[in-house]
Design a binder for this molecule. Structure first.
Ligand code: NAD
Length: 326
């Protein structure tokens, strides 16, 4: 890694919702000074609570080498954007509405220096589109964190059509200081990589259910106990190498033509949106839940993310280090 000293790089974050609060913790652990902007008053109370909870989880998972207070002391929070004036990098993480993001970029650009890199955590708005909102689009790019951001290894860094790749290369290097295994997309790929892969799977799953060929429970079992048993160790291409490659091309020939390429939103999902069902949060979604069941899933997910983080750490991603565990 190039010489990067995180405690000399001040990072701004705009938006203290679910994701903003989560990646602030990753930045604090990496040693940055963090200046956070609360665009809505509610963030001033919910943000610090979330951040403290995440820090407690990190402490339990052994991610902190110093007392929690020393991380929290490097964080300042304000509603006033002038807090961002000394930032080298500012990350926007507000709701997924282009007009709201546009107004946030205007406020950021009015305050920061000409060389400050500005990024968005958008899930689905093309980076090249967001770039049209900036006076200096060449310093703008996407940083798509995965939740929980302080535990997950994955991160997508995405250039828009007008991004100067020097900035993207710098963020890519920096992401390694955040203990990430980032990927750098030099072309603005709609939906980025992880979501595109998952959406292909979601579509096929819904079609099998709608055609009565499998139940949701069948599909969840298949995904959980088959790919779920090897995915944290190896990706799909390495898995094919590992399995010997022999039958794949014959199977592709037979199966690819059978897979769905519909552009329609699945009817069951449409209905759920109309009913305003929000899954475990509202006790009704693709499955139904009692309050106890919903809480069990919440608790299990919190424990699982800590466990999987520790498990993955035993199998480092660099090929030469895989043998650490063996
Ligand atoms: N939740 C995820 O797992 C996830 C994953 C990757 C990317 N993202 C993306 O991150 C961004 C934030 O998502 P989130 O899950 O943290 O959302 P959230 O709903 O938890 O938080 C949204 C935040 O947006 C800000 N906000 C709300 N209304 C605003 C307004 N009118 N003006 C200015 N700011 C306002 C506030 O800071 C609020 O806390 C979105 O672009 C989302 O697509 C989310």
């Amino acid at each position: 890694m190039k010489n990067i000293n995180t405690n000399e790089i001040t990072v701004g974050v705009v938006g203290l919702g679910l994701m903003g609060s989560s990646f602030i913790v990753s930045l604090l652990i990496a040693g940055h000074e963090v200046k956070a902007i609360a665009p809505i008053a509610e963030d001033l109370t919910t943000g610090p609570d979330r951040i403290n909870n995440h820090l407690l989880i990190c402490s339990r998972s052994g991610l902190l080498s110093d007392p929690i207070e020393s991380y929290a002391s490097r964080l300042s929070i304000s509603e006033d954007y002038s807090l961002l004036s000394e930032c080298d990098l500012v990350m926007e993480c507000v709701i997924e509405l282009p007009e709201v993001k546009k107004s946030v970029y205007n406020k950021i650009e009015r305050i920061v220096g000409r060389q400050t890199v500005i990024t968005s955590n958008t899930s689905a708005i093309p980076i090249s589109h967001l770039q049209t909102y900036l006076s200096h689009p060449e310093r703008f790019l996407g940083i798509h964190w995965a939740e929980p951001a302080y535990l997950s290894k994955f991160m997508e860094i995405i250039c828009g059509d007008r991004t100067d790749t020097l900035y993207a290369d710098w963020v890519y290097e920096l992401a390694h200081c955040w203990e990430k295994e980032p990927i750098l997309l030099r072309k603005d790929l709609r939906g980025f990589v992880a979501n595109r892969l998952m959406y292909a799977v979601y579509r096929e799953g819904f079609v099998l259910v709608e055609n009565g060929q499998a139940t949701m429970d069948d599909i969840d079992k298949a995904f959980r106990y088959d790919p779920g048993s090897w995915m944290t160790l190896m990706g799909i291409f390495r898995r094919m190498d590992f399995m010997g490659l022999k039958d794949y091309s014959e199977t592709f020939k037979a199966v690819f033509p059978l897979l769905s390429n519909t552009g329609e939103v699945p009817a069951v999902m449409q209905q759920i949106v109309e009913e305003n069902a929000r899954g475990t949060q509202s006790l009704k979604g693709l499955y139904e839940y009692t309050p106890e069941e919903a809480k069990k899933w919440d608790d299990a997910f919190a424990i699982f993310t800590e466990d999987i983080h520790q498990l993955a750490a035993q199998y480092p991603s660099k090929r030469e280090s895989i043998s650490n565990k063996i």
